[in-house]
Design a protein around this ligand. Structure first.
Ligand code: IPM
Ligand code: MG
Length: 358
């Protein structure tokens, strides 16, 4: 009996529905070629749904989504709606509610011509960022005092817990071991200024003592931003806090070819986890068939890997890598001259090439 994977799909806002449509075509083809089944449940949440119904994310749907094997998310965010309302109500709710404590962001350059750095190629840009995903300023412990007056005070707490830091640091050590590349883990923090990050320093040393085979490195976030541009080959696995991880991975995405290619997984090992492109909803490109679905296809590749469909994931990654190297997709932005659906077609063509050999 072939295995069935139950996937909840939230296509979301802006270009989300278009890139998810192409991603699902690829997923469907993978299932047919590799002999597994997918059962999709589509959820309408996002800006349009909110404007129509005033509903952000009802509890019943949240509970139901949590019972799937994985979640695929397109993008959330719309300029017509109060900043942060849907992001917090949908993305953060899933990240915090389902305790998806790892935000995994591979930074891998597939073809030299896609890298904006001089003299850097695929051998130099191949690392993975483990971003803590449930704490920090994102926890939303905030407040305003005397709002709207000249004496206004605004606060938002940066929180780190021993448990939260330890589990993500441990995950990163395990990953550095499993990758088996440079076997190096770099802690990125700002412990010199944000002294609460001393917790990260201590946990990193303590947990690290259990992994004598993994070399420990440390960069302050400002220096890490410099090195990722100057010497990206120094990184293997990076572990960092939520906010720094958010910023560092957008910067890192640019050296792997940009937002058109960067994918991520929001993971709680062994439980339902969520996969999404790193890019946002890009409202000005919505509905024009110009968005690049490669990042969403990358998210599907990560999802397949997570679901245990390793061979499918590897074939999909190889197909995308070949496509990018071939230059048949002239750019990864909205200016490629190819429609979202045509890029989907190209990936399907590439997959066809290796289908008979498996
Ligand atoms: C990301 C996004 C989100 C974040 C936004 C949409 C809240 O930028 O996934 O990186 O900051 O985590
Ligand atoms: Mg971000």
């Amino acid at each position: 009996m072939s295995k069935t994977h139950r996937i909840a799909v939230i296509a979301g806002d802006g270009i989300g529905p278009e890139v998810v449509r192409e991603g699902l075509r690829v997923l469907d083809r993978m299932a047919a070629q590799e002999g597994f089944r997918v059962e999709l449940s589509h959820y309408p949440f996002g800006a349009e749904h909110y404007l129509k119904t005033k509903e952000i994310f009802p509890d019943a749907a949240y509970d139901e989504i949590g019972k799937h094997d994985a979640i695929l998310l397109g993008a959330i965010g719309d300029p017509r709606i109060e900043v942060g309302l849907l992001e917090f109500g949908i993305i953060s709710r899933l990240r915090f509610g389902l305790d998806l404590y790892v935000n995994l962001r591979p930074v891998k350059l597939y073809a030299e011509h896609l890298c904006p750095l001089k003299d850097k190629g695929p051998d130099d840009v191949d690392f993975i960022v483990v971003r803590e995903n449930t704490e920090d300023a994102y926890a939303g412990m905030r407040g305003f005092f005397k709002k709207g007056t000249p004496d206004e005070v605004a606060t938002q707490e940066i929180i780190f817990t021993r448990k939260g830091v330890e589990r993500v640091v441990r995950y990163a050590f395990e990953l550095a071991r499993a990758r088996g590349r440079a076997k190096k883990l770099t802690l990125v923090d700002k412990a010199n200024a944000v002294r609460a990050m001393d917790l990260w320093t201590r946990v990193f040393a303590e947990v690290g003592a259990e992994y004598p085979d993994i070399a420990r490195e440390h960069n302050y976030i400002d220096a890490a931003c410099m090195y990722v541009v100057k010497n990206p080959e120094w990184f293997d696995v990076v572990v960092t806090s939520n906010m720094f991880g958010d910023i560092f991975t957008d910067l890192s995405a640019m050296i792997q070819g940009g937002m058109g290619v960067a994918a991520s997984g929001n993971i709680h090992p062994g439980r339902v986890s969520l996969f999404e492109p790193i890019h946002g909803s890009a409202p000005k490109y919505a509905g024009q068939n110009v968005a690049n679905p490669i990042a969403t296809i990358g998210a599907i590749q990560m999802m397949l890997d997570y679901l245990g469909e390793r061979r499918a994931a590897t074939r999909l990654e190889d197909a995308v890598a070949r496509l990018l190297r071939s230059k048949r997709l002239p750019s990864l932005g909205t200016d490629s001259g190819l429609g979202t659906n045509q890029i989907g077609d190209l990936v399907l063509e590439e997959l066809e090439q290796t289908a008979s050999k498996v």
